[in-house]
Design a protein around this ligand. Sequence first.
Ligand code: ACO
Length: 330
Amino acid sequence: MTQSAYYGAITGWGQGVPARILTNHDLEQMVDTSDEWITSRTGIRQRHILSEDESNFDIALAASKKALAQAGLEGKDLDLIIVGTCTPDFLFPSTACLLQEALGAENAGAFDLEAACSGFIYALSVGTQFIKTGAYQRILVLGSETVTRFIDFTDRNTCVLFGDGAGAVVLQSTIEKSGLGAFKLGAYGAGGKLLNIPAGGSRTPPTAKTVQERQHFVKMQGSEVFRLAVRAMVDSCVEVLEREGLTIADVDLLIPHQANIRIIEAVGKRLEIDPSKVWINIHNYGNTSSASIPISINEAIESGRLQRGMKLLVTAFGGGMTWASGLIYW
Ligand code: ACO
């Protein structure tokens, strides 16, 4: 591929997280589980969840406003809005279109992109391509999820794992080497049923029966997903580093999707990265699907852990199955 003159620098960042918190002790009152089981098997201590009057759009908007302010831009400056989400407010209009109106982004195109937990890296790679071709200069990219709205709070296998949240970044065109470099997007459709919501789409529309059978909730074969996730995240990270001509020692910070502390640790170990370079915040948020990486980026910057000039490796795995990794020049 011809080298582009343009890079998509990340110039703004922000997160939107519901104020309401659900702790492991709260869950002990709801299903047959324990703080000890959840903490030791997943690393999660609490998660933020939507209140009844909140939606995906609300947290996406909060994250977007912060990211735009950080970048010194207004909605009308945007050329495009891409929202990675598998839990939108509606099948349509898209969450991106809801944001387009609320931000006054009168010059922007807007669409949602669905790649489950890998959605942010997928969306970041798509947005970056629009900048690399020279088509667009300023793009808002989000991962925004409200998975708890699709969780069966009587199923202990899934209800302890997920939280809600949104993270946004602004990409701006520059000729300085910056933003997303090499990336790898992967998919394994044959594994789709390992993690899915069986009903509610056009194949099985909602009926009294589907509701009664609880088919509108997330179903997951956790241990199989676990095994696939580690392999795909590691292999795609190795490929990305090779394509950038880097080794793992060159990476200043690894931000893996926050699905399970044991997946994070297994990925870090197999990549042979210094554990102090692996970002972990799953204890506070649980699995926020596509939002986990942009929330982590926001926190890593705000805490001073991620600084200009650093090389950031991001990697995710999710429903589909999908996976994605990328090297970001910060
Ligand atoms: N509390 C207590 N016991 C539990 C709980 C709970 N919350 N959940 C499950 N158990 C029990 C099971 O019933 C089982 O009991 P049994 O042996 O009597 O049948 C036992 O614990 C072990 O269950 P496993 O499923 O084998 O537990 P495992 O160690 O694999 O951990 C987990 C389960 C945490 C789900 C893990 O497999 C995992 O994290 N998987 C990956 C999840 C993931 O990465 N998803 C992808 C992203 S999500 C997305 O894309 C939307």
